[in-house]
Ligand binder design. Sequence first.
Ligand SMILES: [Zn+2]
Ligand SMILES: [Zn+2]
Length: 276
Amino acid sequence: MEITLLGTGSPIPDPNRAGPSTMVRAGDAIVLADCGRAVVMRLMADGVIPPMLSAVLITHLHSDHLTDLNDVITTRWVMSPVPNPITVYGPHGTAEVVAGMMAMLAPDIRYRLAHHEDLNEPPAITVVEVQQGDEFMIGDVVVKVAATDHRPVEPTVAFRLEHDGLSTVLGGDGVPCDTLEALCAGADAYVQTVLREDIVRTVPLQRFTDILDYHSSVEQAAQVATRAGVKTLVLTHYVPAIQPGQEDEWRALAAAHFAGEIVLGPDLTSVTIGKI
Ligand SMILES: [Zn+2]
Ligand SMILES: [Zn+2]
């Protein structure tokens, strides 16, 4: 099972970090979790084009996590020689968001259908809205869903991918909660979006410090990993962005609460759990 941090940024624009997005390769599946800014560019950097994706998971409907879902949809559609349906799994509200995207894409879809003789159907997107306790398959990968706490953003979910005795949890945004911790129990890897509470607190901007109450700090993510018995903690969605040379400082904050492997870094940082 291979985890690739396609985009490690946040809503704050950054020339070097794409928006939040993580790819997991497991068994016969390539799963894309969240679709932040420039996700298709980062997929290509790893040799993946949207037609190759097995499914898309959306943890929640904050714009930084889905701003480029429309690019995934359109690029998959125009690059697939035959109809290539895909399912988007996300919390309640995902169907409304995808319907809005399809409405936004309607003129483009009309133009391309009219122009290309071999393109006869619009993009085939199925949306499945999921909630705490749901379980489904993507290829031969088992996916389990838990509710997370990112209030007032509701509902929000985390996903656990299991294949061949290996497991990865994609925690999304939020603060620690019992359902997330239960989903993480014994996981080989736990990917969590984090902020540096010590830095964010010093910024004299209410709109910035507001985010402290609904995002995990580095320390909180590490504490969840320890309590849940996780083997590898993968940090992403850095607020603020990790500056060159700061990696060890971030790692030390997590290591004070977690004894396992800690993974963080630039976009396209990848970690392999067991065998792929
Ligand atoms: Zn969010
Ligand atoms: Zn976010």
